[in-house]
Design a protein around this ligand. Sequence first.
Ligand code: NAP
Length: 535
Amino acid sequence: MRAPERVDAVIIGAGFSGLYMLKRLRERGLEAVVLERGDDVGGTWYWNRYPGARCDVESPYYSFSFDPELEQEWEWTERYPAQPELQAYMSHVADRYDLRRDIRFETTVGSAVFDDAAREWEVTSSGPQGEQVTRARFCIMATGCLSSSRNPDIEGLEDFTGEVYHTGEWPQGGVDFTGKRVGVIGTGSSGIQAIPEIAKQASHLTVFQRTPNFSVPALNGPLDPEFWADVKANYRDVRKRARSTPTGMPFPPGSESALDVGDARVQEVFDEHWTLGGFRIGACFSDLGISREANDKLADYIRGKIDTIVEDPATAEKLKPRDYPVGAKRICVDTDYYATFNLPHVDLVDVRANPISRITPEGVATGQEEYAMDVLVFATGYDAMTGSLSRIDIRGRDGRSLRDHWAAGPKTYLGLSVAGFPNMFSVAGPGSPSVLTNMVTAIELHVEWIDEHIAYLCQNGLETSEALPEFEDEWVQHVNDVADMTLMKQANSWYLGANVPGKPRVFMPYAGGLTAYTQRCDQVAEQGYHGFQLA
Ligand code: NAP
């Protein structure tokens, strides 16, 4: 083992969060390093390079706001950024601010242990040069919300003789599906984006669907030059507006109630948003997220659209979600998803009605039939929000493990800090708005808050900061209470951990919106970091 490396701060992950955190701490005069599993920057967008991978937030808004020069020099080409463009953007950021020299690539963190006596974190990782210990006063988890991909536990997978891929760990060189029989398991956002692209190459595509999702058209295309010029000319205002809405996007949710305005107006607003493209339709009335009656109107509208696109009525019926409200699972944003099922070489298998019984050497077997495949693609999602933290052996005061502390579900104060884990901060952690908002806006707010908090500690001669247990409990309760006011808990979603067998069923993100959340974080800071034990 090499000699321990000693720095002020260790940051785990080199996605949007880790890059910006490194930049801020360096400018603050701290010595910081980033440990990153991949061989390049990008985080979630580094791993998710499956065909069709594209952000569902529009390009001009899904970018850093901290440097007006960066905003002006970068040119987005499409309305929604595709994975290669996001990768190029983050690469550009890493180069422009000379961040790479402090990023250790291909480095997997195994443990992070708080040393009570020295009051520092000891982070053990393995990388190209073997095992490395990094000691640091601050440990910042920039590990991402959707970074721990999971293959379902289906019997026989190891016997399959064809190729197997997961959308969240896609090979760098891509996959050639030409002339192959392909099976895709999973119809969430990833599956819904990949399926139309895979169908363009495969000789036959079988989609195994357990739960249909509500999907709306992206209407992607080249970025409108006039719109882009206008955003660039008004970027400060655009960013200000993005930070003042619940979603972190520069447009407010609808203010009318879908129950008050009459059917003609409801139809008109839905039509407007359907032709606008994107998931803004999910918030086009004020009560879609809180009233099942209002939400049913949108659900009926989308089901009606499926009927108009999908030619075979039996297939259309299978594709219609029936048992949860729109938005309780993240609304998918697609390009030609439903139309793909009109192609003669694409089949939809309902594995809720006929569950997959096993993977065979040749393909996939349900109780009723066997489907021969050359390639299997798992679009089966993630151990979201907690998975990337729980796969690291994290130990706080007195050797207490984070896995134990979170055995009944994640507990944090503001999604930023955990009681008993001093000087450990998470960016977009469970209990923060993160995945329910524009991630980049949420990340920037967190990075800036953590940076300012660290500056406060340094300026006031304080050695450690951690959430007080009673404030952590109160915040967990508040996160739950807020979720209870919405329809969000009415689906078996990854927000609730329902996709991972045995995971506690706890609503993880904060559904109160970015505006209320930011006010709370600011207030906590203004009150001398109320709810934190500072020593
Ligand atoms: P996901 O939403 O969790 O979807 C996983 C899919 O796999 C679901 O359809 C699930 O069915 C199915 N599945 C899991 N285990 C299965 C099994 N044993 N048998 C059959 N089906 C099984 O994961 P994801 O699609 O990767 O998306 C995760 C999140 O990433 C999204 O919600 C979104 O926030 C983000 N994302 C965003 C974009 C974008 O920006 N455009 C793109 C991709 C992903 P059940 O529903 O029945 O569990």
